[in-house]
Design a protein. Structure first.
Length: 367
């Protein structure tokens, strides 16, 4: 069922993975930089309090504009899009709210126009896509990503396609993304494609995302993954057209979270943090792979993740975190618990001591 939780959310499986310093669920990596940004905002007492005062003056109405302007500038080394064609920009509670509201808008429009709505994704994609679609009563159709050429040429009229780039399937920049978008635009121009750019800012190597295709009516962004901001709930939607379901977000927004994300972008470039912590990611992948009997576990493009080729001979625990199909099937693990202990064990007082003890027993405690 689309709304079912993955097997790795089971308490026993979670505990076993955590004992190795990993997780099946992707958790944010709260870094010293994440906390320093929040401290800087809160310590600016006059500015911090002032942004909440005199709401009747409507000064807060446009406080999200600086956030979107900064994101456009910050992401420019990676994301190429015609900013003037995406004039509608809505602050959201992470990417999740934007995903849900866009789907709800699509459902309402489809029903009004007498079309049968369906959400299409690649198998192994972000769990929120099918969960939100199912909660709205829409059909969810999963496709094998290796068949992307066929998929892009045979989408049903009235469908909507959701895709993450970098990909949630394996934490890698999907090299066929531009060709998939172009083929969809040529073969199925009436099918909107909505990119989820949640992992932009989490990749150390240079890459590019081109969003000029006319079949991209909107895209979503978030700072949960690149900046360790899951509980700040800050993200947004860029749209070519007005989205009534998000109209109220002009007022209903988290000012502190927007200020925090803007501060982070002003002080850390789109490649800075993943490059700074690349060695930590590599070491975490080595330790987790050793603990789970997956010696081939290596850093994914996304700094929070480790991946390895999937093998039917791997243990039952590891099989719970398989993603993708056929030749693309991988072991995908979140390295956040191990990375946190390697960066600063004091930032994980509840779970860090037992992980450090296990490393010490293996003769490999961090320096």
């Amino acid at each position: 069922m689309p709304g079912e939780l993955p097997a790795y959310t089971d308490a026993h499986i979670k505990a076993a993975l955590l004992a190795a310093g990993a997780s099946g669920t992707i958790y944010s990596l709260v870094m010293p930089e994440s906390e320093a940004a929040l401290a800087a905002i809160v310590d600016d007492r006059d500015g911090h309090f002032d942004m909440y005062r005199e709401p009747w003056s409507q000064k807060q109405d446009d406080m999200h504009v600086a956030y979107f302007d900064k994101w456009t500038q910050w992401s420019r080394p990676v994301v190429d899009f015609p900013a003037d064609l995406f004039p509608f920009r809505y602050p959201t509670a992470g990417a999740s709210e934007g995903i849900f509201k866009i789907m709800a808008e699509y459902l309402a429009t489809s029903r009004r126009d007498g079309r049968d709505p369906s959400i299409h994704i690649f198998d192994g994609e972000y769990e929120g896509f099918p969960a939100y679609a199912a909660s709205l009563g829409m059909a969810v159709v999963r496709h094998d990503r290796q068949d992307w050429r066929t998929v892009a040429s045979a989408m049903p009229e009235g469908a909507m396609f959701w895709i993450s780039q970098p990909s949630a399937i394996d934490g890698m920049v999907w090299s066929d993304f531009p060709d998939f978008i172009d083929r969809m635009a040529a073969e199925c121009p009436g099918v909107p494609v909505i990119p989820d750019l949640t992992y932009v800012g989490s990749v150390a190597r240079a890459f590019a995302i081109d969003l000029h295709a006319p079949n991209i009516p909107a895209f979503v962004i978030s700072h949960s993954k690149p900046f360790g901001g899951y509980y700040h709930r800050v993200g947004g939607v860029f749209s070519r057209t007005e989205l009534p379901s998000l109209f109220g977000n002009k007022w209903f927004k988290n000012l502190q979270s927007l200020a925090w994300a803007t501060w982070m972008m002003a002080h850390h470039g789109v490649f800075d943090l993943p490059r700074k912590y690349r060695a930590v990611q590599e070491e975490a992948a080595r330790r987790v792979g050793s603990a789970l009997g997956v010696p081939t576990l290596a850093p994914a493009d996304v700094m929070l993740l480790g991946i390895a080729p999937a093998d039917d001979g791997q243990g039952d625990l590891v099989k719970q975190v398989f993603r993708g199909n056929r030749e693309e099937r991988v072991v995908r693990l979140c390295l956040t618990p191990a990375m946190t202990c390697l960066i600063d064990p004091g930032m994980a007082p509840l779970t860090g001591p037992s992980l450090l003890d296990s490393w010490a027993n293996d003769g490999g405690a961090p320096a």
